[in-house]
Design a protein around this ligand. Structure first.
Ligand code: UN1
Length: 523
């Protein structure tokens, strides 16, 4: 199957957008209503074929302020609604997402360039988090403690924070918003969203879906949307004291700036930044599992996940054989249009990303790396049909050394560095020797080896896996990483606590007033 069968013509694109409620000239700002935004109009070009999908009018500071005022007005009413009732609304949002899954998944593919299976998968991730949030709405538990004083009770309770600013990246244009927004909402917060400048259409589609539910129940404003430039709307959001929490996904550079600005006003940040994820392959690894995990990790989403596998460490005894397996697998990767079901690797987000990949590979070569496969631009798909738009590349395998500076950076493209190690200590040392600390994995059949990898002297990442890859985490676990990845945790487990304020309560039900630490303070 080639381009003719898989691409959508302009009429089909129009119909898809119309089904999702998006106009050919669409406002990117929604608070009380779809605002007549004050910024410039940008054309949204699909990386799949270089065609324009729609034009979006961006918001400026005033639009952002209007969104915040609106959220502030709605918040007291939302906060007063019992959490399980808030959960009911999130259940309805989950159901609406189920209905819209195919259309929204296709729009994610067209706008972000992900293959359709991953576009749909991303919407599934939203549905899963909605279900999780509904259950959570009845489980916002606090602990009770034993007071050291007689006739006293101590416990902690969790209250809504207020307004949460949510800044998302192009690579997960809707799922990461839902991790934050749907959980923050059951916690009783309102969420102001600034999506990536590269993917405004999916944010508009999601806003239209959630607004339908909020409208039915008189809660418009719990979620508001401001598409705008990072240096205009993003900066304003970071500085805004009305937002006690900023949750931001993106590069380490962006996160550092967010932490500085929000930190200067003593606000809270929840940061999910760059990864530089590695897999250690021991000599007793099951090669069938390992090769499949490495392939999905490195090539899924065209290497543009924060969990993308960027470094593989091969035990010296199996390195040559394993490199052959990988070369064979890489030669079979079908680069093609994201809507073609046979495609494994779709386009990069834009031509700028292609140039960055080329520059990264050139640097790797200068630093002593050897490109074993790929790295070039692709202009025809696996069946010979033309690929338009200039965003397609062949995933690359590079023999490298962990001391090469380029290996320490997150190159947001399908470039996988292959390195060798002597023994487990050496593997762990090399693995941890990068500034980022998001996701990691080991392939082995030896329990002692895997446990060592998971121990405090093993992987230093927020996510550590055994016999599965670095990407594709389930929503039930806490997601995030250490070091320059930013330290935040989102999605499952007790990540909800980031969206609430903890209050420690001590109640004296005795007739005395004993002081803690045995202090006597009487007249
Ligand atoms: C991201 O790339 O920002 O674990 C998030 C994964 C996905 C989420 C990635 N569930 O790969």
């Amino acid at each position: 199957m080639g381009l003719l069968d898989s691409s959508m013509d302009q009429t089909q694109v129009r119909r898809l957008l119309a089904r999702l409620g998006i106009a050919p000239e669409q406002s990117g700002v929604c608070h009380e209503e779809w605002a007549d935004a004050g910024g410039d109009e940008v054309e949204i070009i699909s990386p799949a074929d270089g065609q324009m999908l729609a034009a979006v009018r961006l918001g400026v500071e005033e639009d952002y302020d209007d969104a915040v005022y609106f959220a502030q007005r709605v918040w007291p009413k939302w906060r007063d609604l019992p959490a399980p009732k808030r959960g009911e609304l999130i259940r309805e949002i989950g159901n609406e997402l189920r209905t819209a899954k195919d259309d929204l998944g296709m729009l994610v593919s067209l706008e972000a360039g992900k293959i359709l299976a991953e576009g749909r998968g991303e919407v599934q991730e939203m549905i899963d988090i909605a279900d999780f949030a509904v259950g959570l709405s009845r489980q916002l538990y606090g602990l009770t403690m034993h007071s050291e004083r007689p006739g006293h009770r101590m416990y902690e309770q969790w209250h809504p924070l207020g307004l949460v600013g949510c800044i998302t990246a192009f690579n997960f244009p809707v799922a990461v918003w839902s991790w934050n927004a749907l959980i923050a909402a059951v916690c009783g917060d309102c969420v102001v969203w600034k999506p990536s400048e590269k993917t405004p259409l999916t944010s508009v589609a999601v806003q239209l879906i959630v607004d339908r539910v909020l409208e039915r129940h008189g809660f418009r404003g719990v979620f508001t949307l401001v598409n705008g430039r990072g240096r205009v709307v993003g900066e304003r959001m970071l500085q805004d004291r009305r937002l006690p929490l900023i949750s931001a996904t993106g590069s380490c550079g962006m996160g550092r700036r967010a932490a500085e600005i929000v930190g200067a006003r003593l606000g809270k940040t929840l940061l999910e930044l760059g990864g530089n994820n590695g897999i250690v392959v021991m000599e007793d690894a099951d090669p069938r599992l390992a090769v499949r995990a490495i392939l999905f990790g490195a090539v899924g989403t065209a290497g543009q996940r924060c969990t993308t596998l960027r470094r593989v460490f091969l035990h010296r005894a199996i390195a040559a054989e394993f490199t052959e397996y990988l070369l064979k697998a890489w030669a079979q990767i079908r680069v093609g249009h994201p809507l073609d079901p046979k495609t494994l690797c779709g386009p990069l987000i834009d031509t700028h990303a292609v140039r960055k990949m080329e520059a990264g590979l050139a640097e790797a070569r200068t630093q002593g790396g050897e490109v074993l496969f790929g790295g070039e631009r692709v202009e025809r798909d696996y069946a010979g049909a033309p690929l338009l738009g200039g965003c397609y590349v062949r995933p690359a395998l590079v023999r490298a050394h962990h001391s090469m500076p380029v290996v320490r950076e997150e190159l947001f493209a399908p470039v996988l560095y292959l390195m060798e190690f002597e023994d487990l200590d050496d593997a762990i040392r090399q693995h941890n020797d990068v500034p980022q600390g998001l996701s990691s994995a080991i392939f082995t059949s030896d329990l002692r080896v895997s446990e060592r990898f998971l121990s405090y002297s093993g992987s230093d990442c927020g996510i550590a896996n055994v016999n599965i890859g670095t990407s594709g985490a389930e929503i039930g676990g806490a997601f995030g990483g250490e070091k320059e990845t930013g330290g935040g945790r989102e999605s499952g487990s007790d990540s909800w606590k980031a969206y609430m304020r903890r209050q420690t309560v001590t109640i004296n039900w005795s007739r005395e007033l004993p002081l803690a630490q045995g202090i006597a303070f009487d007249l």
